[in-house]
Design a protein around this ligand. Structure first.
Ligand SMILES: *Cc1c(COP(=O)(O)O)cnc(C)c1O
Length: 375
């Protein structure tokens, strides 16, 4: 048991720590037919499109559920049944896209890649050149499994030059890392309420190119995940098709207000970058080494090598840090023993120092020596 009863800080890629204002927004009940609620939905969607400067070309379709529901909806709606999707596979969330494509019966071509290197646009170009029957490319912008950042603009250019459509899982980057729809051609970009926008989990959204979405009627394998149907219903009635996650939507509206007050994407990205620097410096001081090279690292979540010591045991480590007030994340790599620490959420560098202290104290309590990294 922790010494005092308070919420732990979440150093995870979502759900994450939210502000009191965002939590307080959930203290009201809303009717799904109510004009005031539907106005909030509309305003949220307008702002989400504006974050990527997509007003002239794209629309936002919100969807009930976690981020993966929206990924599956985007793949199922925008890829026709006879389509074929190239998936550069660099980690856990790329693998999830491949799994979804298998389940929903869309042809997929995997491009296996190293998990510690940013995707090489030339490799994607070569794969597209080799198979003219590929219609779409699905990429993960920041692969949260490791924390790596991919060169989205260069990838988008290659995909567009080959005349294929791009689908982007920007779940863990949207709002914090710049994505400009005026320069980056894409048919769909998927993200969710409970990541860098610092809302609570429960709503995904797809920013879709209007013409691509318009042409997608009848593609979807599923009724609940049919984005075309969801979009046309919303357009016609201003209401969600099926029960909306009302509390999640109003919390996101409040989180977006704070996002703009903070200074939007540039300020949000800068705060996360400062958190990330402080975290890496602090844990290096304890002898813990990041898995990725600094230039490949997105300021979203950092994978660290576990200490090489017989007393290392992730569940014990997790529990020790938990008792000191912080929630970490397990590693997601199959080959190396790692753990992850998130840099996102309503946290500043001043919140990171106590995390470093808690990690150091936990390691020492486990009998694992801490000392500065020499590499
Ligand atoms: C969080 C995340 C998702 C969605 O995961 P859920 O568990 O469904 O919320 C998808 N892709 C990436 C890159 C993510 O970080």
């Amino acid at each position: 048991m922790p010494l005092i009863d308070r919420d732990p800080l979440l150093l995870t890629p979502g759900p994450l720590t939210t502000t009191l204002r965002t939590k307080q927004a959930m203290l009201h009940d809303w009717g799904s037919w109510d004009a005031a609620f539907n106005r909030i939905t509309g305003e949220v969607c307008t702002q989400l499109v504006e974050i990527v400067h997509g007003r002239d070309t794209h629309v936002c379709v919100p969807l009930q559920g976690s981020g993966s529901f929206a990924v599956e909806a985007a793949l199922g709606t925008l890829v026709p049944r006879e389509g074929k999707v190239l998936v550069p596979n660099q980690g856990a969330y790329c693998a999830r896209i491949l799994k979804i494509l298998g389940v929903i019966g869309r042809a997929a071509v995997e491009l296996p890649l190293a998990e510690h290197e940013p995707m090489d646009p030339a490799a994607i170009d070569a794969a597209l050149a080799a198979d003219p029957s590929i219609t779409h490319v699905a990429v993960v912008h920041c692969e949260t499994g490791t924390g790596i950042l991919n060169p989205l603009e260069a990838i988008a250019r290659v995909v567009a030059a080959r005349g294929r459509a791009l689908l982007i899982d920007a779940m863990s980057s949207f709002g914090a890392i710049e994505i400009d729809a005026r320069r980056i051609p894409f048919d769909a970009l998927v993200a969710a309420s409970g990541k860098c926008l610092e809302g609570v989990p429960g709503m995904g959204f797809v920013i879709a190119r209007r013409e691509a979405l318009r042409a997608s009627a009848g593609n979807c394998h599923s009724l609940a995940l049919d984005l075309h149907d969801q979009w046309t219903y919303l357009e016609r009635t201003t209401q969600w098709r099926f029960t909306p996650p009302t509390h999640v939507v109003v919390a996101l509206a409040e989180a977006l207000a704070q996002y703009h007050e903070e200074g939007g994407q540039a300020a949000r990205g800068a705060r996360y970058a400062a958190n990330c620097r402080r975290l890496v410096e602090g844990l290096r001081g304890l002898g813990l080494r990041p898995f990725l090279a600094a230039e490949a690292q997105a300021p979203i979540i950092v994978t660290f090598h576990a200490p090489v010591h017989p007393a290392w045991h992730f569940p014990t480590f997790y529990q020790g840090v938990r008792e000191r007030g912080f929630i970490l994340y397990p590693g997601k790599l199959t080959q190396v023993e790692t753990f992850r620490v998130g840099c996102i959420g309503a946290l500043t560098p001043f919140d990171i120092d106590p995390v470093v202290q808690a990690i150091g104290a936990t390691l020492r309590a486990m009998g694992i020596p801490t000392g500065a990294c020499t590499e």
